[in-house]
Design a protein around this ligand. Structure first.
Ligand SMILES: NC(=O)c1ccc[n+]([C@@H]2O[C@H](COP(=O)([O-])OP(=O)(O)OC[C@H]3O[C@@H](n4cnc5c(N)ncnc54)[C@H](OP(=O)(O)O)[C@@H]3O)[C@@H](O)[C@H]2O)c1
Length: 238
């Protein structure tokens, strides 16, 4: 059975991906900070489920924990990095937390995953970015900048793997609003909010199709296109 590790599987998108991939017969390695949620998932989900508590902002420990998990599972075919946080109108402390988790934490995990796949000669790395990566957002500056980092990092990995002629697939998920605790905590008015099961299904389809980039849900491609095309004077007024 193929093996996937989901970093940030205790809630929201990562948790729903774990449910759907478990149903499809994947062997799962699930991580997050909340051990009790990981233990509950291990009990609830069918098939082989390995768990590992990990805080990606503690990069050295997270790197060792991920390497240990890969070893315990006897390898990894797919790595999904879903861990991430958001704070609207963030204080410096909150912005710093976003940077530690969404930027440093993401880069540490992606580095370990990519190194493992490079040695193995194949693999699939998926990062959860956002439509916010496309243009800076005044109400969520650190978050949108962190997601621009994620998308740019994944693009770099894609170029690196192509140049080295390796069979490593890199998928950037540019997500619009998805109904998870992350946006429910945010509290502002949203549009086109997708149910998490629909979003997870579309992410799995993008993985199966080995896409470089996928907009989730698909209609968010229109917003991405709009954001890319509008001039700065218009963007400033949005
Ligand atoms: N929901 C949306 O509308 C939306 C839109 C665009 C992009 N995204 C992105 O999608 C990803 C998943 O978001 P979600 O909506 O599913 O949010 P969520 O329900 O809040 O889940 C976030 C996950 O990240 C984990 N996490 C947070 N900080 C962590 C840390 N320091 N170390 C390890 N794990 C950590 C959480 O686990 P623990 O708390 O147990 O550590 C949890 O499993 C995020 O990267 C987010 O930016 C979401």
């Amino acid at each position: 059975m193929p093996k996937t590790i989901i970093v940030g599987a205790t809630s929201g998108i990562g948790c729903e991906l774990a449910r759907q991939l478990a149903q499809a017969g994947w062997t799962l390695g699930l991580t997050g900070r909340r051990l009790e949620r990981l233990e509950a998932l291990k009990t609830e989900l069918p098939g082989s489920v390995f768990i590992q508590a990990m805080d990606v902002s503690q990069t050295s420990r997270a790197i060792s924990a991920l390497q240990q998990l890969i070893q315990t599972m006897g390898g990894m075919d797919l790595l999904i990095i879903s861990a991430g946080i958001s704070h609207r109108n963030a204080s410096w402390e909150q912005a710093n937390e976003i940077i530690k988790i969404n930027v440093q934490g993401f880069a540490a995990i992606a580095h370990v995953g990519f190194s493992f796949f490079s040695e193995q000669g194949f693999g699939h790395l998926v990062g959860l970015s956002s439509i916010s990566a496309i243009r800076g957002r005044g109400e969520n500056i650190a978050y949108s900048a962190s997601k621009a980092f994620v998308s740019n990092y994944l693009q770099g990995l894609r170029q690196k793997t192509a140049r080295a002629n390796k069979k490593i697939i890199i998928t950037d998920i540019l997500a619009g609003w998805i109904n998870t605790p992350l946006i429910r905590r945010g509290g502002s008015k949203r549009f086109w909010v997708a149910p998490v099961d629909v979003a997870a299904r579309q992410i799995i389809t993008a993985i199966q199709k080995k896409k470089s980039r996928a907009y989730v849900t698909r209609r968010w491609k229109l917003i991405a296109w709009f954001l890319l095309l509008i001039p700065d004077w218009w963007h400033k007024r949005l």
